[in-house]
Design a protein around this ligand. Structure first.
Ligand code: ADP
Length: 375
């Protein structure tokens, strides 16, 4: 917007008209004081300032506003008969731009100057915006870099733990073999297998993350029996965790459409977390049921639970509840992968949890997904 400051109403009217006809928004002030008040409240791109005004002249107004932060980018065009005076003030002035036009005003020259100032203003605004964006982007890189470093250090640690155990058990295995102690050999071999399985799962999760990032996580969907795979998973989990009681409720009783292996992965992830984050409890409840035209599956534990503020974030990549992250090993990527899998089945994933009372992780999947849904 342009502010015209002139004590002669007839000058204001004619200037305003010309500028408005040319598409500029115009505000007016009939004295230096009125102009200062307006400039304090509003930002102007340009002020057209009559030099000869009673009480406060145009130069005094310019001096006064040179200290206003709102007028930092504002340009001024003086209207003056005395060009020498304008040159004097131009030297000491540090605002966005200064110029003058001698009276009587040649409207064509005025318009040319106004347009030039506007162009400069637009360009410098665009430059400022670009600079801000660039700075934000640099910060965002930096942040991504920091997260990546942190992830690599946690991931290496997580990989190293089972590796070290494997190395240790293999040394022990050699000893029990030397002694021809078959029973101990079998126990140790079993332990090595467990650690290898842990490693395998970790590496598979890491691969999944990179597939999600590059949009290459593929699904092989067909109809399968949900109840059957659930029974199978419970059997395997029971073998690996003999002390835990898995209590199953409900059943789906019909085939569902999806990627069996990936759905299995989500169920195992929920169950593994239910055991990991509930070290003092030995019960895990599983519910599978049809709700309208979707299936609902949940895993409920009676473990550490979590505060409400964490619940929307635990499905984010690398997010771990900080208060407990030292006590429980993990990478914070399992639930992120689960979320991706369920969303790619047009389903929903969620959690209900209370600190110290336990958590219930659930997902829903439509029984009859759209036939033209993404593969
Ligand atoms: P990880 O267990 O490897 O950290 P996840 O993505 O599976 O990664 O889980 C993310 C975070 O959610 C965990 O770090 C933990 O803070 C929280 N969490 C997951 N499952 C449970 C649970 N059953 N009870 C309490 N907190 C959980």
């Amino acid at each position: 917007m342009i502010l015209i400051v002139d004590d002669a109403p007839e000058n204001i009217i004619s200037l305003k008209k010309v500028l408005e006809v040319n598409g500029f928004e115009v505000d007016t002030a009939s004295s230096g004081e009125e102009a200062l008040k307006k400039i304090l409240k509003k930002s102007y791109v340009l002020i057209i300032l009559d030099v000869q005004m009673p009480e406060m002249d145009g130069f005094e107004v310019a001096e006064a506003i040179s200290g206003y932060s709102k007028a930092k980018e504002t340009a001024i065009i003086f209207l003056s008969a005395a060009i020498a005076n304008v040159n004097l003030i131009t030297r000491g002035y540090s605002s966005g731009g200064l110029d003058y036009i001698s009276k009587p005003v040649d409207m064509n020259i005025l318009l040319l100057k106004v347009k030039t100032f506007y162009r400069i203003y637009e360009q410098s605004r665009a430059l400022n915006e670009m600079q801000t964006k660039l700075l934000e982007e640099i910060e965002f890189r930096k942040e991504a870099e920091r997260k990546k470093d942190e992830f690599i250090s946690i991931a290496s640690h997580e990989l190293k733990t089972p590796m070290t155990s494997i190395k240790g058990y293999i040394q022990l295995l050699e000893r029990s073999l030397d002694k021809e102690d078959l029973e101990t050999t079998r126990i140790r071999l079993h332990k090595v297998q467990n650690q290898v399985e842990k490693l395998n799962l970790l590496v598979a999760d890491l691969l999944d993350i990179s597939k999600i990032e590059s949009g290459k996580l593929k699904f092989n969907k067909k109809y399968f029996n949900f109840d059957k795979i659930l029974d199978h998973i419970v059997e395997i989990m029971q073998q690996a965790n003999p002390k835990v009681k898995f209590i199953k409720k409900g059943g789906i009783d019909t085939e569902i459409f999806g990627d069996e292996m990936r759905i299995e992965q989500v169920i195992i992830n929920f169950m593994t977390n239910a055991i990991k984050y509930a070290p003092d409890s030995d019960e895990v409840h599983l519910t599978a049921e049809r709700r309208g035209d979707e299936i609902y599956f949940s895993v409920r534990d009676f473990g550490i639970g979590m505060a409400k503020e964490h619940q929307p974030q635990i499905f984010d990549k690398f997010y771990r509840v900080e208060e407990t992250s030292e006590r429980y090993q993990g990478l914070g990527i399992g639930l992120y992968i689960c979320q991706e899998i369920i969303e790619r089945h047009e389903g929903k994933i969620g959690v209900n949890s209370e600190p110290d009372e336990g958590s219930e992780f659930y997902f829903t999947i439509p029984l009859h997904p759209e036939m033209d849904a993404k593969p």
